[in-house]
Write a protein that binds this ligand. Structure first.
Ligand code: 5GP
Ligand code: MG
Length: 178
């Protein structure tokens, strides 16, 4: 499908499922290099990252654990600077090697909030992995350990990413048609 309609907006094909899979494999290889044998705990940021996380974690052949949090900062197409932990983290992070898994880092504000929260625990290490990164929108300066694909500052949907709750189901990624 080259074009999709989600609510009142049109989107055109931007990143194919094959390209996504390639990027997921590269991220998985880097994570495996760093964390094989260390039983990493993946903390997946819902809702957007569920599809990426499912594909990523299936590429590992060593012990690892997965848990989920839900942060809320986005309303429609605008990032707001108010971040909330809607579903919190219940795992004990003491001495764990944690990898936070995001779908996309845009302004970076939601992750800044969450990374601060994790660093307040007795975690052994915290790494950050994201499928997509918008360098031109990023307003923070923390390090992102694993980046799948860098993209321009445009609004996208598909592969877990939504526009007002819709569009998460598509296996490819689409960008908005202005
Ligand atoms: P940030 O706090 O980095 O600005 O944004 C974080 C969250 O906003 C992401 O995890 C994602 O859920 C959402 N987001 C950012 N950019 C986009 C985008 O282009 N499309 C969609 N659907 N969500 C986005
Ligand atoms: Mg997200």
């Amino acid at each position: 499908m080259d074009n999709i309609q989600v609510k009142d907006k049109s989107f055109s094909l931007f990143i194919s499922a094959e390209e996504i899979d390639q990027a997921v494999s590269e991220v998985a290889a880097h994570i495996a290099q760093d964390l094989r044998g260390k039983n990493p705990l993946f903390i997946v940021v819902l809702n957007g990252a569920y599809m990426f996380a499912a594909d990523l974690i299936r590429k590992f052949d060593f012990d690892c654990e997965i848990s989920f949090v839900r942060l809320s900062s986005y309303a429609g197409m605008e990032t707001t600077s108010k971040v909330r932990e809607v579903i919190g983290l219940y795992e004990n992070l003491t001495d764990r090697e944690v990898v936070v898994i995001e779908d996309i880092i845009d302004t970076g504000i939601s992750m800044a909030f969450f990374l601060d929260k994790i660093r307040e625990t007795n975690v052994k290490s915290v790494r950050l992995g994201t499928l997509l990164f918008k360098p031109d929108a990023f307003r923070k300066n923390y390090h992102i350990d694993y980046v799948g694909i860098k993209i321009p500052n445009e609004f996208i949907v598909g592969y877990g990413l939504d526009y007002d709750g819709l569009g998460r189901n598509y296996p490819d990624i689409y960008k908005i048609v202005e």
